[in-house]
Design a protein around this ligand. Structure first.
Ligand code: SF4
Length: 399
């Protein structure tokens, strides 16, 4: 039977194709870790050591923890670790991890906020027969108040609303409540270490019930996708971190060509086709702009000719043109000068309801029946505009 986890559910929500490759096809690529994940693991190890040693009555100094962190960094680091964000070096991340540990230590020393019950504590959750599993970074308790701690080394600090609706720790709360009989309250605690910030949230019984229902709906969607083998690729900002880019229809060509030598790249048939297509599209756009400009000049010349000759219809070889020149009433629009004053006059005259949100195109009609003094006042805002239209039609037999 499938055992779900928060990350398994999130993977499906983020991208069904990534879910298929990872959990259905179980494809393991020899992909290197990102520097963010690498740094996060090293910081987690240091905090794990801190609390494991505390359980055995050993309090590490901050320097001891930092030296443990540094040793692990050196031991595990390899040139394969991927730095995705431009402009940052591995050393920037190494220093950031060390800063996280230093600041955490200073904030929580002497680490007596409750009893630590578990570090990397496995937790099992049962929702109507569906099994879920997770790992709590640190589970502590004081009296009947339990705390689920999660350490984050993300560079992004979400808003409180994010934590109040977070699924992962609320899910773990369900497991903790099943695990211990004396649970009175559960605090969900996130440590955003890069920001030296602690965020807390609680879940009411009703919210946990809704969470269970949401998870059941999501699992139902996943199972349907599996039955139909229908896993759509969903491109988002997270794709840059996706290990399956080389297998994904949306990214594989980009990844493949990004690894080619310049010569191979320029001779790639796909690259060539795209370049030709873009070139032709640009040519077409330029040509259309030139034709539009020529047509505009011709239109001006035709109107001038019609006015000079006093004609409305001009004939050509196969077609004729009808030139319609009209005077139109124009009142200032909301963006134009004088509109505020015009609105005030109409309101003062008690006619606002007749035009409501003043539609300047309908105003000329609406004025019929208004007092001559009011019409005169409003006319001051009016200007006459010339509107010219040209219609092309076929010549009749005898024309
Ligand atoms: S690259 Fe993006 S769209 Fe493709 S599988 Fe990965 S997450 Fe999904």
């Amino acid at each position: 039977m499938t055992v779900y986890s928060h990350s398994r559910l999130s993977t499906f929500e983020n991208c069904p194709l990534q879910y298929r490759l990872k959990y259905v096809d179980k494809i393991k690529l020899d992909e290197s870790e990102t520097i963010e994940a690498f740094m996060g693991s090293r910081v987690h190890e240091a905090l794990e050591k801190l609390y494991k040693d505390l359980r055995l009555s050993k309090t590490n100094t901050v320097d001891e923890l930092l030296s443990f962190y540094d040793d692990n960094w050196k031991k595990n680091y390899s040139g394969d670790i991927r730095v995705v964000k431009e402009g940052y070096s591995p050393q920037n991340y190494r220093d950031t991890g060390a800063k996280c540990i230093r600041e955490y230590y200073a904030r929580y020393q002497p680490f007596n906020d409750g009893k630590t019950l578990g570090i990397e504590q496995i937790i099992h959750i049962d929702i109507e027969g569906y099994k879920l599993r997770g790992f709590i970074d640190r589970l502590s308790c004081s009296g009947g108040i339990y705390e689920i701690h999660d350490y984050k080394t993300s560079q992004y600090l979400p808003l409180q609303s994010h934590f109040d609706s977070d699924r992962q720790l609320a899910l773990y709360q369900l497991g903790v409540q099943d695990m211990f009989a004396d649970v009175r309250e559960v605090d969900l605690v996130w440590h955003y270490l890069v920001f030296d910030k602690e965020i807390r949230s609680r879940r009411a019984a009703q919210e946990l019930l809704e969470l269970k229902n949401e998870i059941l709906v999501l699992i139902g969607t996943i199972e349907r996708a599996e039955e139909d083998n229908d896993f759509q690729a969903k491109e988002t900002g997270l794709c840059d971190w996706c290990e399956y880019q080389s297998l994904c229809t949306k990214r594989m060509h980009i990844v493949k060509t990004g690894q080619m030598s310049l010569n191979k790249y320029l001779n790639d048939p796909g690259v060539k086709l795209v370049n030709q297509y873009v070139e032709k599209t640009n040519e077409k756009k330029k040509l259309m702009e030139e034709i539009d400009a020529e047509l505009e000049l011709l239109k001006e010349a035709i109107i001038a000719y019609a006015k000079k000759e006093g004609v409305e219809v001009i004939r050509g070889n196969d077609k004729k043109l009808r030139v319609r020149i009209e005077e139109k009433t124009h009142f200032p629009t909301k963006e134009e000068k004088g509109r505020g004053e015009l609105d005030a006059i109409i309101k003062e005259a008690g006619k606002w309801e007749a035009v409501s949100d003043l539609n300047v195109h309908a105003l000329a009609k609406a004025m019929n029946g208004w007092s001559p003094q009011l019409i005169e006042k409003i006319k001051e805002f009016r200007r006459m505009e010339e509107s010219c239209r040209i219609y092309v039609s076929g010549l009749k037999e005898r024309e």
